[in-house]
Write a protein that binds this ligand. Structure first.
Ligand code: SAM
Length: 235
């Protein structure tokens, strides 16, 4: 058993910090405090994180790019920093790290190989939970698919969604939403589809109906085939 209070000076801390998914006021007090304290901030895109830090008036922080495709700060370098007792925070461009975003490989590695490191969650926004919370769908259990595969396994997933008893949720880009709705129309024509778009931003919108109704909606409102999208399919 390891507790956050077990930390001593020579044990590093890895704080996994959620950041806003649109509205910058959605950062938590604790996230700001942790970002201020951090020795190093690992981020997906340093330009995006610089913008957030500047909004929070946090200056002179060491930023290091981290992604799970091996460019930027390597896991070995991060492990070294932690063994020197550094406080490292991990953020992504938006939302909660590790949820369809970099983070889980790093956290898994640190958990396994640096047992003295304190790994702590600094919870906050996530598009997944935000969308579910205003969907009006009863959520006791659900299946989250992240981003759908473009080719292999895609049709099988749509068939699985068609048969599902519980809600299914996935992230989708505006370039692919019409294609996803067309597949839903084909494989799951009777299901209710909820689209949560641009959450926490000026054009936040939630629309629902059958896939066919939503295709008609987007055909009538072509300017709305844009922004960031969460799709929920329910019975
Ligand atoms: N880790 C992030 C989280 O916790 O929300 C998700 C990162 S994933 C790379 C980005 C996807 O999340 C977008 O393509 C979109 O599907 C969804 N997303 C992010 N921000 C959103 C928003 N403001 N409104 C709706 N969906 C959003």
């Amino acid at each position: 058993m390891k507790n956050i209070n077990d930390n001593t000076d020579d044990h590093g801390i890895l704080s996994v910090v959620a950041t806003p998914i649109g509205n910058l006021s959605d950062i938590t007090y604790r996230a700001v405090e942790i970002l201020r304290q951090a020795d190093i901030i690992l981020c997906e895109d340093t330009r995006m994180t610089k913008r957030l830090l500047s909004h929070l008036d946090i200056q002179d922080k060491q930023l290091s790019a981290y992604n799970e495709q091996k460019s930027g700060a390597s896991i070995q370098k991060i492990t070294d920093w932690l063994s020197e007792g550094k406080h490292i925070t991990l953020v992504t461009d938006a939302g909660t790290p590790g949820i369809s975003d970099p983070g889980s490989i790093l956290v898994g590695h640190i958990r396994k190989n640096s047992p003295h490191t304190i790994i702590q969650a600094i919870p906050g926004p996530s598009a997944l939970v935000s969308a579910l919370s205003i969907s009006g769908i009863s959520i006791h259990d659900f299946t989250f698919l992240g981003f759908l595969p473009h080719k292999k396994g895609r049709e099988t997933l749509f068939k699985e969604i068609a048969e599902a008893k519980r809600p299914y949720v996935f992230y989708e880009s505006p370039h692919r939403i019409i294609k996803a709705l067309e597949s839903l129309k084909k494989f799951a024509p009777k299901k209710n589809v909820t689209i949560a778009r641009e959450l926490t931003k000026i054009h936040e919108e939630v629309v629902s109906g059958t896939a066919e109704e939503l295709l008609q909606f987007f055909d009538d409102n072509k300017e709305k085939v844009r922004g960031e999208i969460v799709v929920i399919i329910s019975n």
